[in-house]
Design a protein. Structure first.
Length: 122
């Protein structure tokens, strides 16, 4: 660390961001409705992909299976499908052939109680 202080700061920054992300996700696993949780996942993916220019407006490729999405949000596959159907019905998203479009970004951020501050570099 002493011989490469910039590299040490970068690693510490990465570790702090990962710890903040873990704390947010642990809180979401237990205290939020599953629609809120899935919305938060979509908002976080959008924010992260936007930082590396992989977002077109409010849409991006989402090459994750329903099984992976269900596992990430603590839902069964059946429950995930119900939540996705409700989000579509509410006009929040479209998801077709592994491409997600967020139709109402502000409304989804509010539903998800999403604050991207924890994923920004220090």
């Amino acid at each position: 660390m002493a011989s490469h202080p910039n590299l040490a700061r970068a690693f510490i920054s990465i570790a702090l961001i990962e710890q903040a992300t873990l704390r947010v996700w642990l809180a979401y696993m237990g205290r939020h409705e599953k629609t809120t949780h899935l919305g938060h996942l979509f908002c976080e993916l959008h924010a992260r992909l936007r930082r590396v220019d992989l977002v077109g407006d409010h849409s991006f490729d989402l090459p994750l299976t329903h099984e992976v999405l269900a596992d990430a949000t603590g839902m069964s596959g059946v429950h995930l499908n119900r939540v996705l159907q409700q989000m579509r019905k509410d006009g929040l998203i479209t998801l077709h052939k592994h491409h997600l479009e967020i139709l109402q970004p502000q409304r989804l951020r509010e539903l998800a109680e999403f604050d991207p501050g924890y994923i920004r570099p220090l």
